[in-house]
Design a protein around this ligand. Structure first.
Ligand SMILES: Cc1ncc(COP(=O)(O)O)c(C=O)c1O
Length: 394
């Protein structure tokens, strides 16, 4: 396709119930939509960048205030905005990991965590999953022991997902950080599916680093996110530049090396800030979100042959489901093959499923209203019945 510069309206959020597993928490608030228009120009937050020249010191618009407030909200000592969770991983790995250092990740770690380790020259080592697909403190401790006996030293860093992207399971972060700290291993908690979605207390979790994704879970434009650190490591990961021009003798003030000086300079950070009050409020509604998730999951499980691969009752809004013995059976003989499911759902105003998926797939109910949840649950059952499957309705 040739890019002509003419852009069509994106109607997904207005016309459909969107259950895309990665998009649910990133839908903008009306306040963020307004901020995006107002700050659409490049470098639009930099009008009042006064000495010291750095993004997190800007008072108007209130970037400095946001940095402080967001750190407090997450109960962490320091925080910076970053262009996506992945840039947070990169900043931490780059300052904590040297070439050849073992780094512990998990069997549910996101590829961006692996890539950040790769970029730093670290050697990734995975914590295996328990039978019920969780990361446990015991497994973390055992992996650290294995690293020590193999490399003669503990891992330089551990990554662990607060909630993983495969099953939407909440892992025992408190237990894992406690185990890691016994070996003096710092832990980065990946909050891509929790920060902005459910209440998160970094100190309570024992996080040395806490990373959130703005576009995944904080109702912000992409690419945006937050990187928070406790005092012990903040100085290291937010180190300021010592670079000097050897001809000019120039120095570069207090620009932070891992952040390349400044990060989000317009639309992205303003969207993040504009949504922040609503995001703080919405995490308090987490119990309702979990209830919604259970209603939809129960409806899917009422379709004979369907199996939930995530732990039930659901504790998160992201769920992995196996419909090999239900919707996929229909797909075997349907003239549209596997595309019938996303097609039938779309006709009922539901989008976000990967077209053609009828075997193992994921959905996310975050942010839907009571009415939308009821409608969605019934729509799954209706599509099943309309295609000859048995549904055990209450
Ligand atoms: C668990 C997890 N961590 C990190 C990321 C990357 O987040 P970002 O796009 O903000 O860099 C993703 C993206 O899908 C994810 O699922």
């Amino acid at each position: 396709m040739k890019c002509t510069g003419s852009i069509e309206a994106r109607d997904v959020e207005e016309m459909y119930i969107n259950i895309d597993p990665i998009q649910a928490g990133g839908r903008l608030t009306p306040e963020a939509h307004k901020a995006v228009i107002a700050y659409a120009d490049g470098y639009s937050v930099c009008d009042n960048c006064l000495k010291p020249f750095r993004l997190d010191y800007i008072k108007k618009p209130p970037l400095a205030e946001f940095h402080e407030d967001c750190a407090k909200w997450l109960n962490m000592d320091q925080l910076r905005v970053v262009p996506g969770a992945r840039r947070g991983f990169q900043a931490v790995a780059s300052s904590m990991v040297s070439k050849g250092d073992p780094v512990v990740l998990t069997s549910l770690s996101h590829y961006t965590e692996f890539v950040s380790v790769e970029q730093s020259g670290g050697i990734p080592v995975e914590i295996p999953l328990s039978d019920d697909k969780h990361i446990t403190a015991d497994a973390a401790a055992q992996k650290i022991e294995e690293v020590i006996s193999k490399f003669g030293r503990p891992p330089a860093l551990m990554f662990v997902e607060h909630v993983d992207y495969q099953y939407g399971h909440i892992h025992d972060i408190k237990g894992i950080t406690k185990a890691a700290h016994q070996y003096d291993v710092p832990v980065l908690v990946n909050g891509a599916y929790t920060v902005g979605i459910m209440p998160v207390d970094g100190k309570d979790l024992g996080a040395d680093f806490l990373v959130g994704s703005g576009h995944k879970s904080m109702a912000a434009p992409a690419p945006s996110g937050v990187l928070a650190a406790n005092e012990e490591y903040a100085e290291k990961i937010f180190r300021t530049t010592q670079a000097k021009g050897d001809v000019t003798g120039r120095t570069f003030g207090i620009k932070e090396v891992e952040l390349m000086g400044c990060t989000l300079m317009g639309v992205t950070v303003m969207g993040l800030i504009a949504s922040f009050p609503a995001v703080q409020k919405r995490v308090e509604n987490w119990n309702e979100e979990v209830k919604h998730s259970r209603i939809v999951t129960d409806a899917l499980l009422s379709i004979e042959g369907t199996v939930c691969l995530s732990k039930c009752p659901r504790e998160h809004t992201l769920t992995r489901i196996n419909t090999i013995d239900s919707f996929d059976k229909v797909a075997q003989t349907h003239k549209k093959r596997g595309f019938f499911l996303s097609g039938d759902l779309k006709k009922k105003g539901i989008t976000g499923m990967i077209a053609g998926s009828t075997r193992v797939w994921k959905y996310n109910t975050f942010g839907l209203t009571d009415n939308q949840i009821e409608y969605l649950a019934k729509a799954f059952q209706d599509v099943a019945e309309e295609n000859g499957l048995v549904v055990n309705r209450e």
